[in-house]
Design a protein. Sequence first.
Length: 251
Amino acid sequence: MKRPVLVKLGGSVITFKDRPLAANIEAIDRISSVLAGVSPLVVVHGGGSFGHYWSVKYDMHTKPAAYDPHGVSVVHESMVALNQVIVNSMIKAGSNPYALAPPVFTSGHRPLPSKIKEIGAMAQAGMTPVTYGDVVHMGGKKYSILSGDALMSMLARALRPSKVIFATNVDGIYRDMKAKELVSEMRPDGKVEFSDVLADVTGGMQRKVREAFKIASLGMDVMMVNGLVPERIAEAAGGKTPVGTLVRGRR
Ligand code: IPE
């Protein structure tokens, strides 16, 4: 059995973060062409100017709370809409994507192991499961944002992918933001300085690095690459080390 490749398409790559509800169709299409050559594959995508835009408007966060129910509908629907754009682009590129909202395989923030196993089986059989950060039910009137980065850890833990790739709009982790000096390789216990770049509702880059470290601590290599240069995703998926930051899995 070939272990799948697990890819997160960050909201900064697939949308224009400074423009509400604007999908970066060109970037999505270019990534889709590259992903069509990767199998088995599981894809997670973020919210960018869709989910994050409305989460901010309705003051919704990862912390479970009784948020405005109308906001819950609007945030969820915006993610379904973005997901549609991605899935349709992948179909056009020749992949066989299958969209799965997180509550199909989670309960609140907890994974449903038998359902995640099915996701693995689908990937093995030639489908590409595609899921996304979303707003999820936490019980009673409570809801919470479940980020795509948190889904990455959850899926990595259960599926043990051969490659874990985070695609963002930057080349990787920088040692120094000003000099833009890229860290090509680090260990999950390495130190990173955040010169606090704008954090969004789910914690921005900091959250990604934290999840990447978590996954690397489980023994899997994690590659952080620039998704606006999609060939780097292809190279990382193919076992090469493209420009980016490799977080070495703890052996
Ligand atoms: C965001 O998911 C989900 C919502 C806000 C509904 P992510 O937190 O993974 O999105 P990006 O990649 O940072 O945009």
